[in-house]
Design a protein around this ligand. Structure first.
Ligand code: ATP
Length: 333
């Protein structure tokens, strides 16, 4: 068995629901993997199996060459962090981070030094004496991360750790989380339904649908080349266009049949654009405008404009295609 995490043919059933269906996964030491999937696909259940919090019907979980399937949670040496940090409200920040260290019998002076180091790492230097109740949601998640990292877990399991935060904060924390995991060389598995978060944080990406891992590999590879329509949708290709219509409008990149799948930035408004269409919807967004444009013979496609007033409904615009923001999917048999 290899060094890192090895999940082999794991199956979990709740009544007639097959929550986890013959899942196999491998994660090498020091790597970070995101499991990306929609609500109810079984990703939390899989994480709970790996943590030892969920009984399984079949399969094994191995770590560092050892079969840990029957090893109790507290003996696995894994760390856990959830959406709502589950901090102890009666302890201050330092007390929360000290908690797992006390349980490990780490002497007081070492504990203090480790808390200082961890608070620096998560961007909360000097917060030792702050009451948990006075912290913002983002700060609480930073403390939860520090607490999860305190005992130097062999594997860190993160279940939607940023989901409860608003978008800006989520983006910032995802970047910080990536840096922190890399700096500490932590092997980690993150479960999320947010493709941006999955990509920001991880080296490896596994896409889970209806209890199964349907595609996995280096994150950038899965991102560039999603297999099938459902995976593509999960990765943010939200618009589907018939491939023949696409090609007959002179647009490149489609196979003879099937569909072309587009991200929201598949087209950009540009005077030099090669196709022309009519704006049907326009919305100001932080980086400019988000449009729905009707292309003759193709249908509605998403586009972005450089500034919030780049186009208004019923105006004609020229669009330039971003070939990196499209993919294709074969016709269903
Ligand atoms: N304890 C349980 N008893 C019965 N059914 C359960 C239990 N836990 C999960 N399920 C079911 O198993 C399936 C997978 O649930 P799970 O929580 O793992 O999904 P998820 O992908 O993590 O979803 P979410 O992102 O909404 O948390 C769902 O259909 C869910 O209703």
């Amino acid at each position: 068995m290899q060094d890192g995490l090895v999940v082999n043919d794991v199956r979990v059933r709740f009544g007639t629901t097959m929550a986890v269906n013959d899942v196999c996964l491998e994660l090498a030491m020091g790597q970070v993997m995101s499991i990306l999937g929609p609500s109810g696909c079984g990703k939390s259940t899989l994480l709970r199996v790996i943590a030892g919090l969920q009984d399984l019907e079949a399969g094994t979980v191995g770590f560092d060459g050892q079969d840990v399937t029957r090893v109790p949670t507290h003996r696995r040496g894994f760390g856990l962090m959830f959406q709502d940090g589950q901090l102890f409200g009666h302890l201050d920040v330092g007390g929360n981070i000290a908690y797992p260290l006390r349980r490990q019998g780490v002497p007081s002076r070492e504990r203090t030094a480790r808390i200082t180091e961890l608070l620096e790492l998560v961007g909360l230097a000097g917060y030792e004496k702050r009451s948990i109740t006075t912290l913002s949601g983002g700060q609480q998640q930073r403390v939860a991360l520090a607490r999860a990292l305190a005992p130097r877990p062999r594997l860190l399991l993160l279940d939607e750790p940023l989901s409860a935060l608003d978008r800006d904060l989520r983006e910032r924390l995802a970047t910080d989380l990536r840096r922190i995991l890399t700096e500490t060389g932590t092997t980690a598995l993150l479960v999320t339904h947010d493709h941006d978060e999955a990509l920001t944080v991880a080296d490896q990406l596994a896409v889970m649908l209806a209890g199964r891992i349907v595609q996995h590999g280096p994150a950038q590879q899965v991102w560039r080349d999603p297999r099938g329509r459902e995976v593509a949708r999960m990765l943010g290709y939200r618009t589907e266009v018939d491939a023949r219509r696409w090609s007959s409008a002179g647009l490149p990149g489609a196979n003879a049949d099937g569909s072309v799948l587009l991200r929201d930035n598949a087209f950009r408004v540009s005077d030099d654009g090669t196709v022309e269409g009519v704006v049907r919807e326009a919305r100001a967004v932080s980086g400019g405008s988000a449009l729905a444009v009707e292309l003759p013979g193709v249908g509605l496609v998403p586009a972005v404009g450089d500034d919030p007033s780049s186009a208004r409904p019923d105006e004609s615009v020229r669009l330039e295609l971003n070939p990196h923001a499209i993919t294709t999917s074969k016709a269903e048999a």
